[in-house]
Design a protein around this ligand. Structure first.
Ligand code: FBP
Length: 546
């Protein structure tokens, strides 16, 4: 395989480990823990894994460990650093006993159920150190949640003599890891399950998990390109760039990119919901900024839009819910209607409020809302081109204002959607170190007989040697939520907190950024060079821990 010069040089990078993990460790146990909410229900559902103490690893004495085999799964969307979690886990188990073996299950949790696996040897691991992507074993979105899947998994784990399984995933995959840990503990199968916090979205975090891995690199990659667009925009001075960013429901990525690049506008879905803003309120907010900049002779700008925005506009949320219910029953009837009459048909079937919102939408978006549905019958909001929807509606509003003499500028828009561009980037030094430490920590959790824990590495704004490694019982992060009509125990998703330091810092600066051209151009991620250029964590982490 041909490799780039950077790939070759980067392969030699030795990720930094927290001091406590550099030699033999011992476990320091904290107080018993409680779930974030719904304690009684969660305690009942997890009798074997509820309430375990927090764990911290400190320097200890060398011990002998019997040989063991470990399995690993990559679950869900790619995030930079996954390969380093696996290499940290590999090095960790080999340090415990060189006879230990690591097996990777292929293409996500489905590989465990279907018995598709490979042994990860030193040669294979060395090929993937410090690289982006999940291609070492592949990833997938099969949900591991049914007893027959757990039993199929047990068959292969037993056959391969695997003592512990590490699941690298987001909030849902870690919820499932915890359910699996509980199931194997209840059955006395002697198999431990450990989770690792992955997702570029940044929505798997709490007091003990300061950030999910991949968020750092993905945001820095998007911020580089946003900075490039801003510079182009400030050079040509003729376009408004509407940039949608991945992140599912949470706006962490948009907020972090805004803090790094200081665009003219950044929408935060959580604020839109809290302020009960309508689509028209958002459009007016953008159009006002465009008009004010035009009055100062600046017919250009940048707008960042979080992927999940549309679901957070209360009126849209209601409309989508009614459309989901209606089309679940009348999909065939709808499909039989002539395309040019479908819009009117939907309007005639919706309740008055929702019909009015639907009628106000541009043709293309209205159509997307009725056509693109996932296997559960829901509208796939990430496919809705919010960036085009907003620019089209802003354009219409400005045209109306022009006719009234309220606006005298020119408005021309460009559209972008950044997501896949950042999910497999080569991990930043931060993610390379953090992921390696997460994997290494997982090996110690296994060696110390733990199950139902998530690998945790904290104190992340300090230099890596001062990071604190340990484990958090997954039940500690859980609450009960309605999923597909049933109450289920799940890890609480972390949305942007409007009382948090990152949002407050953004809110304090955004009016200036809207008026002035205050762009910051972060440039590409640097791997070699001065520490302030190469090792700085995200603005979000810095502000949260200031
Ligand atoms: P995870 O939650 O699995 O980490 O996925 C992150 C993500 O990149 C989201 O930001 C995005 O909405 C989603 O994956 C897209 O996934 P897919 O490419 O499978 O549709």
């Amino acid at each position: 395989m041909t490799k780039s010069a950077l790939q070759i040089a980067r392969a030699a990078y030795q990720p930094k480990l927290p001091k406590a993990l550099r030699g033999a460790v011992k476990v320091q146990e904290g107080e018993p823990t409680h779930s974030v909410a719904d304690e009684e229900e969660i305690k009942k559902l997890f009798p074997n894994t509820y309430g375990m103490p927090l764990i911290r690893f400190v320097e200890g004495e060398n011990k002998e460990y019997a040989p063991m085999n470990v399995g690993v799964i990559l679950s869900g969307g790619q995030a930079p650093g996954g390969h380093n979690v696996i290499s940290g886990l590999f090095d960790g188990i080999k340090r415990l006993n060189p006879a230990n073996k690591l097996y990777g299950f292929l293409m996500g949790p489905g590989g465990l159920v279907d018995h598709k696996y490979m042994e990860l040897t030193a040669d294979i691991i060395d090929e993937y150190r410090n690289t982006g992507g999940f291609d070492i074993i592949g990833s997938g979105r099969t949900k591991l949640e049914k007893e027959d899947q757990f039993e199929k998994g047990y068959e292969i784990l037993k056959e391969l003599g695997i003592k512990a399984l590490v699941i690298i995933g987001g909030d849902d995959s870690n919820t499932n890891a915890c359910v699996l840990a509980e199931y194997y503990a209840a059955k006395n199968y002697g198999i431990q399950v450990i989770g690792c916090p992955k997702t570029i979205d940044g929505d798997l975090k709490n007091e003990m998990i300061e950030t999910s891995f991949g968020f750092d690199t993905a945001c820095k990659t998007y911020a580089e390109v946003i900075g490039n667009i801003e510079r182009d925009c400030n050079s040509a001075r003729k376009y408004w760039h509407f940039i949608k960013l991945m992140g599912r429901s949470a706006s962490h990525i948009a907020l972090e990119c805004a803090l790094q690049t200081q665009p003219n506008i950044c929408l935060i879905s959580e604020e839109v919901e809290a302020k009960n803003m309508s689509l028209d309120d958002i459009v007016t907010y953008i159009a006002d900024a465009v008009a004010a900049r035009a009055a100062a002779g600046n017919n250009f700008g940048t707008v960042l839009i979080p992927e999940g925005l549309i679901e957070f506009i209360p009126a849209m949320k209601k409309l989508i819910a009614e459309l989901n219910d209606f089309l679940a029953v009348h999909a065939d009837e709808y499909a039989a209607i002539e395309p040019n009459k479908q819009r009117e048909y939907i309007i005639s079937k919706l309740s008055a409020d929702n019909a009015a919102v639907y009628a106000s939408l541009p043709e293309g978006v209205a159509r997307q809302l009725t056509l693109d549905r996932d296997p559960h019958g829901n509208v796939q909001v990430s496919l809705i081109e919010t960036e085009k929807l907003l620019s089209e509606m802003v354009g219409k509003k400005l045209a109306a204002w022009k006719a009234e003499g309220k606006y005298v500028g020119k408005f021309s828009a460009q559209h972008h959607f950044f997501g896949y561009e950042g999910r497999c980037a080569a991990p930043s030094n931060f993610d390379a170190d953090y992921c390696y430490a997460l994997g290494y920590t997982a090996s110690e959790l296994i060696a110390n007989g733990k199950t139902g824990y998530m690998s945790s590495v904290r104190n992340l704004t300090a230099p890596a040697e001062e990071w604190i490694a340990g484990g958090v019982p997954i039940t500690m992060m859980m609450n009960m939520e309605r999923r597909h009509g049933e109450m289920k125990p799940v890890i609480q998703k972390a949305l942007v907190r409007l009382d948090g330091a990152p949002f407050k810092a953004f809110a304090a600066a955004r009016d200036t950024w809207a008026k002035e051209t205050a762009y910051v151009y972060p440039g590409p991620i640097q791997y070699f060079g001065p520490t302030e250029v190469c090792d700085e964590p995200t603005k979000t982490l810095q502000l949260e821990q200031a």
